[in-house]
Design a protein around this ligand. Sequence first.
Ligand code: NOJ
Length: 762
Amino acid sequence: MNLRNTICLLFLILSFNLKAQTQSFNGPSWLAPKHKLQTSEEAVKFVSELMDKMTLKEKIGQLNLPSIGFDVTGPILSEGVEAKIDSGWVGGVFNTYTPNAVRKLQEKAVKNTRLGIPLLLGYDVIHGHRTIFPIPLGLSSTWNTELIQHTARVAAKESTADGLNWTFSPMVDISRDPRWGRVSECAGEDPYLGSMVAQAMVDGYQGGDLTNARNLMACVKHFALYGAPDGGRDYNTVDMSRYKMENDYLPPYRAAVQSGVGSIMTAFNDVNGVPSTCNTFLLKELLRKKWSFDGMVVTDYTAIEELIDHGLGTEKEVAHKAIRAGAEMDMVGESYLKYLEALVRENSELENDINTACRNILLAKYRLGLFDDPYRGLNNQWQEEILSKEHRSAAKQAAEESFVLLKNKNKVLPLKQDLKIAFIGPQIKRKRDLIGNWSGAGDWKKAVSIWEAGSAIKNKRYALGCNLIDREFIREQLNQHDGQIPEHQDPKTLIDDALKVARTADVLVVALGEAFGMSGEAASMTQISLPEEQINLLRSLRQLNIPIVTVLMNGRPLVLNEVLELSDAVLECWFPGTEGGNAIISTLLGKNNPSGKITMTFPRNEGQIPIYYNHRKTGRPFEQDQKYTTKYLDQPNEPQFPFGYGLSYADFQYGKPKIQLKNDTLYLEFKVENSSKVSGKETVQVYFSDEIASMTRPVKQLIRFEKRMILAESSERFNFSIPVKDFGYYDENGVWKWEAGSYRIHVGPNSENTQMIAFECK
Ligand code: NOJ
């Protein structure tokens, strides 16, 4: 048999296996295996032969991941990394990029160590590498999984051009708490949408074949439940029932595994009393046994060492616990380097755990083709692709599709170009926040501000209007960590100047929001409204009776009540990336019709948190005139904006949904009409509810969606086929269960405004 036939046969066997696994998979169809992480016989043989030659110390060296280069995300810095590489005590490094800098490190590993084992070269490529896309919360608001996959593809191209082979992304933690700063890095509150985004990202980075030098190994994080800390405070405790985690929080991690993700990162938090980094239930029971994960496990930054502060013992003891539980690569802490040899002397069984960890790390290197070409991407051969025209145009499209139009009274938007426009606010000219947090290798100076993008608008004027942040202690904290918050100026003078400028205009575009450091890691907040000075600016401008269009840049859902009252239109733009300014101007002027929809509920106030659409039914559902029903005395239960909400310049009308049940599949069909004179994209959302079940089920949960262009004055027909087994759930033991009975389908433009249709499943 020639090579081609052998490859075809191999492919057939693999796809047959995948099909067989998909069919026998006990879970919803959307979580079935999609791509398998390849572990060929050659790889296993190569790695075991290599390991036969390795000393215990060399194996432990492979488990060490220090940081060298640019960024720091913890209290400790790696030291003496180059010397450790020379000694064979390093399996990978992160935070160094550009081919020349990376080559220097890789050469050390390949040329100076006894076995010449190449390094993994990691970096936090989170929402783009050099060309920065909207923050992940913004990307998820596009509901366009093809586009999201493309953003990861572009990021893979740019970062492999920069010599990297591993990214610590996607972050797929579900969160129902906008106080938690890291919601900016995730895809929102919904497990189904989160899973679709997770798969799109993994596919985009890994491109189906890790040996290809333009593909990156992805790392799904933070396993597990990092998005549910008590009080929304970063790194805090997580306590959750198996029932809740299986249905609401775990699906996106599993979706990434089913897409063949090459690595997974443990989380900082504990889960039900056991820190994730030494949690045998998570790392062994779920990940390895139930989910058959075949990639490698890396810890988060110094997470093993932090087990000491979790109160689990001395550094030696926690190193023991972590390796036993299946935490394989130690990021920055070096507890393994310090203690594993001694621990093996005391307990020889530990050598098996070290061997497994080392094997999985070496297999990852094999899959990446590093043993064939350790210098992949290190010849500066793809550098011209960085920030190319194509990449920038993808960034503009992603930004445009991520914007969510929250309000548009009297259709004040889009603006006519011949109007006299006053651009006011701290986000009009500022560039740093455009690329947001976790923009690693992104250079904010390459970003286009709103003001620069509007250069073609003839009749325009500008005023700063107010400071970005009024509270000094927050400014100080942010500036300690490169927040780049400018000097505070006199608020009264700023408002007076703004009023002067505004009086001469037909419309005011007011750009407000957070500084990038106000969301992201270690940036939890108890109050999530705009800074008082920004609201004051709006209050003053409102007196003039000139229409106000508020443009928001922020990394989390905000409490917006007064902003909404004071503005005629509100456009939520998140931290939109390198092309943010261009995308905002094109949207304000109607060249782009906004089509984003929020993927996290916007609360009316912080007291409603946690607030999310797919909450379970209570025994005393809300009734206005009944005292003893579930409600607050001072606020409605409903959020300010529900999950899935977002307006368009077009007007969409949903037809009546029709369903048919055939061969255990539900066929759903409905029409959406665009009765306006502008074309626009609409994301139709399909939810279901289980009316009678053995356990309390959510009032509604997303089961399908589709985003499509609907041309002006025309309509589109949407069809979905949903296997009825998808209407099941994981029970309290994590077993997928499907029950015959009454169900409902809910169809609409968001999670609140839906049409319902009931049916029976036998
Ligand atoms: C800590 C963060 O939690 C994690 O997301 C990131 O990948 C690592 N630092 C490495 O920078």
